[in-house]
Design a protein around this ligand. Structure first.
Ligand SMILES: *Cc1c(COP(=O)(O)O)cnc(C)c1O
Length: 421
C-alpha cells in the first residue's frame, strides 16, 4: 500500500510531499503516509504504530487529537468554517495572547509562521522607513524570501540566498551574523542603517542552539540603541517555553513577536503582535498592508483557544519540564551503558539529540559528517522499532503531555535503536 501511495504521490507532487523535510531525504528514507494519530502515537496506512517525537514540528504540545480539542472542533465545524468577518473566537484568542505576552498589545492573525514573519518584516520596514534586516546564521524564520539567506563565514556579510528564485536585491537587504557574537552585531550596527533584528526565541531549527540570556538582552539593547526594531520569532517558543514564551524566559521586551505552531493547536495559524504604537501602522489603521481570506479562521481559533486554556489551567509547563528532564536523563543513561557517544540539548520540552560526545554546539558546524551518518542509522532503527524521530540530525524533538504515558516504551525502543547504530 505504501509503495503504491508513494508512486502516486510522486506522480503528482514534487517529491511526493507538501513540505520538503517530510521527504525524509536527510535520513535516506521515503515519505511516511500517516492515517491517524492519538496522544503520543500515530499509525501509518499499513497500520504500523509509531511513538511520534516530531509532533508535527512543534504545534502538538498536548499530543495528537486531544479529546477536548476534538470535541470543540466537532461543535465548531457544524457552525460553519469561515465567515469572512470578525468572530468572538479571535477576540478571545487575541486577549489570551496579549495577556500572556507583556510586550504585545495588539495581535493580527495570519495562517502560518511564515506569513507572520513576512508581515513582521514588512511592518518593521514600513514603521522605520529603513530596509536592512539582521538575521542570525542557523535561525529559520519560514520561507520568506528575505529570510532564506545563508551565512557568509566570519563577520557581517550581505546574504546570498540559499534558494533559487529569490532576487539578489532582496537577499542583499539581509545581513547575516553569527549567533552569540556581540562584536559582529556591534559592527553591523555601525556600518548599516538597520530596520530590524530578528532572532528565534531559542534557535531550534538547526539543532537547538541555546543562547545566553546576556546575548539575547544585548541583541535587544543594541537594536533599541540604534533605532532598530527587535523582532522575536516565537513561532516555536511561543506558549512552548511557558505562557510568556521566550519573551518571559529571557525577560525581553521585543517590539514585534511572531507566533505560530502551538497557538493553532494543530490547525494552520500564525500571528504577529507588538506595541500599540507600532501595530497602528497595520492596515486598516495604517498604511502597512496585510490581509488574509482565511485569517482568524474559526476552526483554528477554536483549537487555539482550547490549547491556551488548558496550558493556563493545568500547570502543564511544570509537567513538561519534568518529563523533559526524565527523558534526557534516562536516554543519556542508556546510551552511556551502550557506550555510544551521545549529547542531549534541551530546553523544556524541546530536545536535540546528537550522536557525538560532549559537544558545545552553539554553532551547528560542530556536528560532523560522522554524527550525521550515525543519526541516519539511529533514525532508521527507531522507525523499525516504532519510533518516529525528527527526520534530520538538525531537527529537534518535541515532547507533549501525552508522552508521559509512553515514556518507558519510548526509552526501551530508543535503546534498541541505539544498540544497532
Ligand atoms: C516553523 C517556523 C516558522 C515558519 O512557520 P510555518 O508555519 O512553517 O510557515 C517560522 N519561524 C520559526 C522559528 C519556525 O520554527
Amino acid at each position: 500500500m505504501i509503495n503504491e501511495l508513494l508512486r502516486r504521490a510522486k506522480e503528482v507532487m514534487p517529491g511526493g510531499v507538501s513540505s520538503p523535510v517530510r521527504a525524509l531525504t536527510a535520513v535516506e528514507n521515503e515519505p511516511m503516509f500517516i492515517e491517524r494519530a492519538k496522544g503520543s502515537k500515530f499509525w501509518d496506512v499499513n497500520g504500523k504504530e509509531y511513538i511520534d517525537l516530531c509532533m508535527s514540528f512543534g504545534p502538538l504540545i498536548l499530543g495528537h487529537a486531544h479529546d477536548e480539542i476534538v470535541q470543540m472542533l466537532k461543535v465548531a465545524v457544524e457552525k460553519g468554517t469561515s465567515f469572512g468577518t470578525s468572530t468572538p473566537l479571535e477576540v478571545n484568542l487575541a486577549e489570551k495572547i496579549v495577556e500572556s505576552h507583556s510586550a504585545t498589545d495588539w495581535v493580527r492573525f495570519v495562517n502560518s509562521g511564515t506569513e507572520a514573519v513576512m508581515s513582521a518584516i514588512r511592518l518593521a520596514r514600513g514603521a522605520t522607513g529603513k530596509e536592512i534586516i539582521i538575521k542570525f546564521a542557523g535561525c529559520y524564520h519560514g520561507h520568506v524570501d528575505s529570510m532564506l539567506v545563508k551565512a557568509g563565514s566570519g563577520l557581517a556579510t550581505f546574504g546570498i540566498s540559499s534558494s533559487k528564485g529569490v532576487l539578489a536585491e532582496v537577499s542583499k537587504k539581509t545581513v547575516v551574523l553569527p549567533l552569540g557574537e556581540i562584536g559582529a552585531l556591534e559592527s553591523a550596527f555601525e556600518k548599516y542603517s538597520i530596520a530590524a533584528v530578528i532572532i528565534e526565541g531559542v534557535p531550534a531549527n538547526n539543532g537547538l542552539l541555546i543562547q545566553t540570556k546576556a546575548f539575547m538582552k544585548k541583541v535587544e539593547e543594541l537594536a533599541h540603541k540604534n533605532g532598530a526594531l527587535f523582532i522575536l520569532d516565537e513561532v516555536i517558543t511561543g506558549f512552548r517555553l511557558g505562557l510568556g514564551g521566550a519573551t518571559a524566559f529571557y525577560d525581553l521586551n521585543p517590539d514585534i513577536v511572531t507566533f505560530g505552531k502551538v497557538i493553532g493547536g494543530g490547525l494552520p495559524v500564525g500571528a504577529y503582535g507588538g506595541k500599540r504604537e507600532l501595530m497602528y501602522h497595520v492596515s486598516p489603521l495604517g498604511s502597512v498592508y496585510q490581509a488574509g481570506t482565511l485569517s482568524g479562521n474559526p476552526l483554528a481559533m477554536v483549537a487555539g483557544n482550547k490549547v491556551l486554556d488548558i496550558l493556563k489551567e493545568k500547570a502543564i509547563y511544570d509537567k513538561l519540564e519534568k518529563l523533559g528532564g526524565q527523558f534526557e536523563e534516562r536516554l543519556m543513561d542508556e546510551f552511556t551503558d551502550l557506550n555510544v557517544d551521545f549529547t542531549v540539548r534541551r530546553v523544556g520540552s524541546i530536545i536535540w539529540t546528537i550522536l557525538g560526545e560532549n559537544l558545545s554546539p552553539v554553532v551547528p558546524e560542530e556536528v560532523s559528517k560522522e554524527m550525521i551518518t550515525k543519526y541516519t542509522s539511529f533514525h532508521k532503527n527507531a522507525l523499525k522499532e516504532g519510533v518516529y524521530l525528527p527526520p534530520s540530525a538538525f531537527e529537534v524533538s518535541f515532547l507533549s503531555t501525552a508522552h508521559s504515558e509512553t515514556l518507558d516504551e519510548l526509552i526501551t525502543k530508543l535503546k534498541i535503536a541505539g544498540e544497532k547504530i
